[in-house]
Write a protein that binds this ligand. Structure first.
Ligand code: UT7
Length: 327
């Protein structure tokens, strides 16, 4: 029995936030942002939109691509760090939008930018245990809601998006063959949103100190990201007995174009096997890999039997990889 990706979907909000737009807000330039990150523009959700709206749209697209009705789902999981609200979960709200009262489990997972790869591992485990045949797994983020537009180091990076897959239990070989997950809480302070949680609840002081926004030590994260993604990629390839040369595509979390390129260089992955969309969407945290996966899939990039490696890295710190044989 295998767990295969039956359909993919994604959603990008309409509004584009270009480098020129940002250069009007903070001291930066299109040249600096393109050279240091590879990003030209990112998307921003509308004032009346929230993460669950984007997640629902991506989920509907994935269900349509899979030819599966929401009534046939057994499980809904949403990976995100920007839920609509603290509770109920964003997955509960997607369930409300899609399942119209049919009682199936739904819950959120927070593993930051690694959330989607963590989600693949959790979904595969639950589906192999026998109770769940079809899962909707979404990575969705309203990163612009937690971005500090007075901090030029972070505000150039992040954008909003949602990506989704429908996973199905199958008798056909392939699908998600192996996953590897890691975290290191020692470095939890390198990327954090310190305010508006239980340690520092929302207050005028917290807001005045701008602690409701994401803070990051970009340079330290950069180094750890490249090292960790290379190592976890090699560990995962070893599990399935694949070589780097045998891969058809490597889908890296679009954290920063230079991080992706450096990781690929260390692994020896050639440019044609390294799809990228960071120039158009920026860093969309847990939505990054499923959006890229959907774009590649819709462009007909994958054939049955293709070997895909998904690699993620993010706050926590968390990192992960998944070896997927396209089925
Ligand atoms: O999603 C997973 C988690 N996040 C990441 O993976 C992000 C990891 N880090 C990064 O992407 C990069 O570290 C950044 C894009 C955040 C920063 O790029 P960098 O090449 O590491 O720049 P830096 O921090 O070393 O700064 C170089 C210079 C500094 O000026 P001085 O000290 O050399 O005079 C910064 O003040 O660039 C300056 N700088 C900027 N200049 C223009 C920093 N941000 C900007 C900016 N525009 N937006």
């Amino acid at each position: 029995m295998s767990v295969v990706i039956r359909g993919t979907g994604s959603y990008l909000p309409e509004t584009r936030l270009t480098n020129e737009d940002l250069a009007r807000i903070v001291e930066t330039s299109d040249d600096w942002i393109v050279a240091r990150t590879g990003i030209r523009e990112r998307r921003m959700l509308a004032s009346d939109e929230a993460t669950s709206d984007m997640a629902t749209r991506a989920g509907e697209a994935a269900l349509a691509a899979a030819g599966i009705d929401a009534a046939d789902l057994d499980l809904i999981m949403v990976a995100c760090v920007t839920p609509d609200m603290l509770t109920p979960s964003t997955a509960n709200l997607v369930h409300k939008n899609l399942c119209r009262g049919r009682a199936i489990p739904s819950f959120d997972m927070n593993a930051a930018c690694s959330g989607f790869v963590y989600g693949l591992a959790v979904a595969k485990g639950m589906m192999e245990s026998g109770d769940y045949r079809r899962t909707l797994l979404v990575g969705a983020e309203a990163m612009t809601r937690i971005t500090d537009y007075e901090d030029r180091e972070t505000c150039v990076l992040f954008g909003d998006a949602a990506g989704a897959v429908v996973l199905e239990r199958s008798d056909v070989a392939g699908g998600i063959l192996a996953t590897t997950l890691c975290s290191d809480g020692q470095h939890s302070d390198l990327i954090q949103v310190p305010g508006c949680g239980s340690r520092r609840p929302a207050s005028p002081e917290v807001l005045a100190e701008r602690q409701q926004y994401l803070q990051m030590n970009g340079r330290a994260v950069f180094k750890l990201a490249v090292q960790s993604m290379e190592q976890i990629a090699l560990d995962t390839l070893k599990k399935v007995g694949w070589t780097v040369d045998s891969l058809n595509a490597v889908l890296c979390h679009q954290a920063n174009g230079r991080i992706v390129q450096a990781t690929a260089e260390r692994l020896g992955v050639s440019a044609e096997k390294l799809p990228m969309n960071i120039d158009r969407v920026g860093n969309t945290s847990s939505a990054s890999i499923p959006v890229l996966l959907d774009e590649c899939n819709r462009h007909g990039r994958f054939r049955a039997g293709d070997r895909l490696l998904l690699i993620s890295f993010g706050a926590g710190l968390t990192w992960g990889a998944a070896a997927v044989e396209w089925a």
